[in-house]
Structure formats: structure tokens, C-alpha cells
Design a protein. Structure first.
Length: 364
């Protein structure tokens, strides 16, 4: 009992220490970027809606997949790969955008096939702060309960009515902060196509410099690898947690095509290289730590209609991390396709005017 309490306390302290590191890194990035930045932009290319409060509804289909493959044991029949999926696809929620602040909150909606796919508990919160020169993105994602879509390869007598293998206590957590710097901020408004605070009126593109830090973990008290295929995974078969603190940087490109000043199409691609500090934990053997270099990618596409008051977006984004090491390849892939529509209300409360006129705020 004492040992269990001690482990819980240590884990709690580790999480809190990691959150503090992420916050400190975000502040350091902000200090590095916010130096003599100019907020001027070409109003013939885009316009600000900072005097408006934008409120919209969102409907999204989210997909969280955790793919696991092994390079330890020969597997000519491809029985050992795992494709965990979180059954939390349909979500709805709201978006609130005012000046340089944007908040999105989503909740799971719709019915799922519980008998076949199980239940996923899910939380997803995003907060963005900044403008079209410097943008800070923060996100919190947590999923608990996955099913393996490849269960038919190793479960006997599998048919359409057979439940997939459920790992009900498999928990996936990611806390991420990212800073984006747009080189052509005078003519290009990134927030006009993925948020509601600006309107792009002419076509433009920009290079994007990205820096991020994230904490990510995958854990299951019963083990991450299903019992039926553990023999393929050698010394990794009792793996029950991987936690990782990553620091990444990259250069990407984002471009928007505008038609009739209101219709638009945007494509964004930001590859990055990450240094990952990982901790592997097992049910029956000693834990191990390792440092790796990995590749990540953030791909986004948006199409929509953006008028002075009314806006409508359809956007899709994929965030991919790669974990190679110890004979395993683990790839979490988070994909969102979202439909958003809303209206801009003409308000500018007195208490926000001082904030908007502050020198540091103007540099964002």
C-alpha cells in the first residue's frame, strides 16, 4: 500500500515538473520572439476584426490512432502490428475569438458501437494567443480506452459481430505548446483561415518558423501489447508506459488562394525535427531511459467563406509524431476534420482598450 502511494506521489510530481518545464519554455520562446516586432500590415491584403467578438459553432470528426509495430521477431503473416483507435470520432462544441485570443472547446457527441469498439473517455482543449507575426498555440488532449482495428489477425473465429480487442485502460496524453513565426506577416494572415480574427482579401504565402515543446505519454496498467501477440515483442512485451518530453523545431510553408475577396483555400505543411527524452516502464523488469532524434509533421488544409460578419470554414489537420527505438515503431496520429460557422459581433469593451494599447501586446 505504501509503495503504491509512493509511486502515485512520484508520478504526480513528475507531471507537475513537466508542466512547469513546458510553461518556462513557452515564456522563453515568447521572450526571444517579442523583440521590436512591428504590428503593421498591408490592409489591401488582409484586415483585422479585433473590434469584433467572433462566436461560432463547430462540428468535428476526430481520429486518434496509435500504431505500434515491432522489428524484434520475424512476422511473415503480419500478425503483430497494432492499430489502436480511440472511439471518440464525432465531437461538437464552440469557438470564441476576440482580437489575439482564440479558444476552442469540443465534446464527444453521437452514438458509438460500444459492444464492438468499447468506450473512449476524451478531453480536448486548445488555446491560441497572438497575431499574424507570432502565434502561440497550446493544446491538451487525453484519451482513455482504445480498440485494435487489426484484432481479426490474431483473434480466433473473428467475424462482423466479434468485438475488437479492447484496451480499456490505455491512456494517451499530450500537452503541447508551440510558437509560430510568419515571415510575410505584412501580407499573409494565418489566423484568417484557421480562426476568426482576420479576413484575407488577396492571395499570399509565407515561410513559417516553428518551435515547440510537448509532453506525451502512453500507459496501460495491463500492458500496451495485447496478450495474444506478446511473443512477437521479446523484451518489450510487458511494456506498460512510455513517457516523453520533446523539444522540436522546423521550417514550413503556408499559402492562401483567395477568390472574390471572400472565398479561400489554404494549405500548410510544417515538418520538424525533435529531440525526445523518453522513459520506458515495464510490468516486470527495470525501467529504462533514452534520448532520441525524431521527425514530426503538421499538415493542414482549409477551405471556406469569410465575409465581414459571417464566416464558414471546413478545415482538416494531421499531427504526426514518430517514436523509433528498442525494436519498436510507435506512431500516434491525430487527425481532425472540422466544420465551423459563426458571426462577428461589433463590440469593444472599455476594459480591453488598455490591454490592446500596451506595447508588448501590440508586438504579438
Amino acid at each position: 500500500m505504501d509503495r503504491t502511494i509512493n509511486r502515485s506521489t512520484v508520478f504526480y510530481l513528475q507531471v507537475k515538473r513537466t508542466q512547469l518545464k513546458l510553461l518556462l519554455l513557452l515564456l522563453l520562446i515568447a521572450k526571444a520572439f517579442i523583440v521590436d516586432a512591428q504590428s503593421d500590415f498591408d490592409t489591401t491584403y488582409y484586415e483585422s476584426c479585433k473590434k469584433n467578438l467572433s462566436i461560432g459553432l463547430l462540428f468535428a470528426q476526430r481520429s486518434y490512432e496509435l500504431r505500434v509495430t515491432q522489428k524484434i521477431t520475424a512476422d511473415t503473416n503480419a500478425l503483430s502490428p497494432i492499430n489502436y483507435i480511440a472511439e471518440a470520432r464525432n465531437t461538437s462544441g464552440f469557438i470564441i475569438d476576440y482580437d489575439k485570443f482564440s479558444l476552442q472547446v469540443g465534446f464527444r457527441t453521437g452514438k458509438t458501437d460500444v459492444a464492438k469498439k468499447g468506450i473512449t473517455d476524451y478531453k480536448n482543449i486548445q488555446l491560441n494567443v497572438g497575431g499574424n507575426k507570432i502565434l502561440f498555440e497550446g493544446s491538451y488532449r487525453q484519451y482513455e480506452g482504445f480498440y485494435d482495428s487489426r484484432s481479426s489477425y490474431y483473434l480466433s473465429n473473428f467475424n462482423d459481430s466479434t468485438p475488437y480487442y479492447h484496451n480499456n485502460n490505455l491512456n494517451a496524453l499530450r500537452i503541447k505548446v508551440r510558437a509560430l513565426y510568419f515571415t510575410n506577416y505584412e501580407k499573409f494572415a494565418y489566423k484568417s483561415v484557421y480562426s476568426c480574427g482576420y479576413r484575407q482579401k488577396k492571395s499570399a504565402y509565407t515561410w513559417v518558423l516553428a518551435g515547440s515543446s510537448y509532453y506525451e505519454s502512453f500507459s496501460s496498467s495491463s500492458g500496451i501489447i495485447p496478450d495474444s501477440i506478446r511473443n512477437f515483442y521479446g523484451g518489450q512485451q510487458t511494456l506498460n508506459e512510455i513517457s516523453n518530453l520533446g523539444i522540436a523545431g522546423g521550417i514550413g510553408l503556408s499559402g492562401t488562394l483567395v477568390v472574390f475577396k471572400r472565398f479561400f483555400v489554404n494549405a500548410t505543411a510544417i515538418p520538424s525535427i525533435a529531440m525526445q527524452f523518453r522513459n520506458y516502464k515495464y510490468i516486470d523488469i527495470q525501467n529504462s531511459k533514452a534520448t532520441y532524434i525524431a521527425l514530426n509533421a503538421d499538415l493542414r488544409l482549409s477551405i471556406g467563406y469569410n465575409a465581414e460578419k459571417f464566416f464558414l470554414f471546413i478545415c482538416s489537420g494531421t499531427d504526426i509524431h514518430v517514436y523509433e527505438g528498442k525494436g519498436l515503431s510507435i506512431t500516434p496520429r491525430f487527425t481532425t476534420t472540422m466544420f465551423t460557422f459563426g458571426y462577428r459581433f461589433g463590440v469593444n469593451p472599455e476594459f480591453t482598450k488598455k490591454m490592446q494599447e500596451h506595447s508588448i501586446y501590440k508586438k504579438l
